[in-house]
Write a protein that binds this ligand. Structure first.
Ligand code: PMV
Length: 341
């Protein structure tokens, strides 16, 4: 019954009912999930315990940029905490990464004194400005699934990944993914679904303005908008329209329309942020200069658009045919071809 499911643990119990954890021979080796960037954004929760969104959202996964995890039970005698190694370096137990990962792993410990040994490698260059929490939690959910032989479907894993970070619900698939907002209180209908369409010429370029940690995280930022932005009530309809339209553009391989929709959607999200109290302005002066450069280039005939998340960096959107011209304009750009993996 949906009303009985209110906490993360309730969700896990419901999904794992009748699936005992078996780890006797367990080791999760080289489990991978890609990062993703939303073309139609997720901004606002209807339930913050379960990370249930107000709206659906639509993303593209970044292929070879993502998180890779090896996981096993910590066998070392006397160790009473998870061992977490990030990009080859053991992390302190009180680092924010370890705390967040261990709090998530708490949901899956089959016995109170079960500790995990987890090595995670981000193939996303840290300075590239692509967030790694989505791929990290998706890879974590997949690794737990392998370690305990739960045999869960990608949809179920998407629900589990969502409990770690909302946007992680979209990182279970390559290519385009729609995260359905769902309507149920228990969120069992709020998961990703692949949108089957390949677009080999699709390119995204990370334009890094600053790799510093953002002052207001997305959890706090989106809640502030839901509570204090007077225009927020217009956002859900906008997103529903944008998702419908972007799917049509993708099916028609209409890049200019696709880029336009993604850019306008991102700017609409930032408009909500700016119009909230106290205002949330993630842009730096260099972000604005980069946006203006994109607009000027477009006016001069170069088909390039951008999207932005809750931070100062831009992700440029363009097609393969314009790669050289874009590279000449933005020499440091880290270019990703999401459909050429
Ligand atoms: O999943 P979170 O809590 O990091 O939120 C992600 C929010 C945005 O990146 C701004 C938008 C999105 O859909 O990814």
């Amino acid at each position: 019954m949906s009303s009985a499911i209110q906490t993360k643990r309730d969700v896990i119990n419901a999904i794992l009912a009748g699936k005992p954890a078996r780890w006797e021979h367990g080791k999760a080796v080289d489990v991978y999930a890609p990062a993703n960037i939303a073309l139609v954004k997720y901004w606002g929760k209807r339930n913050s315990e379960l990370n249930l969104p107000v709206t659906s959202s639509f993303s593209v996964s970044l292929g070879a940029l993502g998180s890779r995890i090896n996981m096993a039970r910590e066998e070392e005698a006397g160790v009473k905490q998870d061992t977490i190694i990030l990009n080859g370096a053991p992390l302190a137990a009180d680092s924010s990464f370890t705390k967040r990962a261990s709090a998530y792993l708490d949901l899956f410990r089959p016995e109170p004194d079960f500790y995990f040994r987890m090595e995670t490698q981000n193939t996303i260059p840290t300075a590239a400005g692509f967030a790694s929490s989505a791929s990290g939690f998706a890879a974590l959910a997949k690794a737990v699934n392998v370690l305990f032989a739960f045999n869960l479907s990608n949809r179920e894993l998407s629900i589990l990944a969502r409990l770690g970070s909302g946007s992680a619900a979209r990182s279970l698939w390559d290519g385009f993914v729609e995260w359905q907002a769902g309507t149920q209180d228990d969120g069992m209908d709020s998961h990703g679904d692949p949108f089957e369409a390949a677009w080999p010429e699709f390119r995204m370029g990370a334009l890094v303005i600053s790799a510093a940690e953002k002052p207001v995280g997305s959890r706090e930022g989106m809640q502030r908008c839901v509570d204090h932005c007077r225009f927020y009530e217009q956002w859900p309809r906008r997103v529903a329209d944008d998702i419908r339209h972007i799917k049509a553009c993708i099916q028609n391989h209409d890049f200019p329309q696709c880029g336009k929709l993604a850019e306008e959607n991102a700017l609409a999200m930032h408009a909500l942020m700016i119009a909230t109290q106290p205002p949330l302005l993630y842009w730096l002066p260099e972000s604005v200069a980069a946006m203006q450069k994109v607009w000027t280039l477009r006016q001069d005939g170069l088909p390039v658009w951008f999207t932005m998340d809750a931070g100062p960096n831009l992700k440029l959107l363009f097609e393969q045919k314009d790669e050289a011209a874009i590279h000449a304009e933005f020499p440091g750009l880290h270019i990703v071809a999401p459909f050429l993996t």
